[in-house]
Design a protein around this ligand. Structure first.
Ligand code: IMP
Ligand code: MG
Length: 187
């Protein structure tokens, strides 16, 4: 299987978007000290850049982890919590949930439900990417970097089978099988 990367969003465009999101958060959280919760693994680079671009005093950075797609490029339709939070980390706090990409919306919905069990004072969603074409459950993205087309995305923390997280830009992954007679067949 040949994997081909097509550039979608450059690292320079990402910097501009991260700064724009950080400024919006600084404006909205000017008189509060939010807790930022990142969803592993895909959000780790975005989270690291976002919090460093913010001026707001952040009370705490926490990480949760949901099950991943593994080597598949489509969601299994359910999300399992693999790593959660200590009891009192978000109770009564203003929480900003940081996601890499909202695709079907299933894992973001699961993450929001999980956090709401601890009764935060408020909870907002900040996502780097939105792939609305494949949404199965509605999700309100309060702070969004970019909308992306219905393609499989890698780079800037986002993987295919754990690869490509290290790429500084964002790419669409195209996979093709070489055929003996008629060139390549897209899958
Ligand atoms: P959802 O539950 O389908 O919205 O997506 C959950 C997670 O699947 C995201 O947070 C990503 O980690 C991963 N994911 C969704 N779409 C893509 C993609 O295009 N490339 C790589 N990972 C993806
Ligand atoms: Mg992933």
């Amino acid at each position: 299987m040949k994997e081909n990367l097509v550039s979608l969003i450059s690292k320079e465009e990402i910097v501009l978007a991260v700064n724009r999101l950080a400024q919006a958060l600084d404006r909205d959280y000017a008189d509060r000290t939010p807790v930022v919760v990142g969803v592993l693994k895909g959000s780790f680079i975005f989270l690291a850049d976002l919090i460093r671009a913010m001026q707001t005093t952040i009370a705490n950075v926490e990480l949760i982890r949901l099950s991943s797609y593994g080597a598949a490029t489509v969601s299994a339709g359910e999300a399992t919590l693999l790593l959660g939070l200590k009891e009192d980390t978000v109770r009564g706090r203003d929480v900003i949930l940081v996601e890499d990409i909202v695709d079907t919306g299933i894992s973001t919905t699961a993450a929001l439900q999980y956090l709401k069990r601890y009764q935060p004072a408020s909870i907002k969603l900040c996502a780097l990417l939105d792939k609305p074409a494949r949404r199965r459950t509605p999700v309100t993205i309060d702070y969004l970097g970019f909308k992306v087309p219905d393609q499989f995305i890698v780079g800037y923390g986002i993987d295919f089978d754990e690869k490509y997280r290290q790429l500084p830009g964002i790419y669409a992954l195209e996979r093709s099988m070489k055929s003996d007679v008629s060139g390549s067949i897209r899958v």
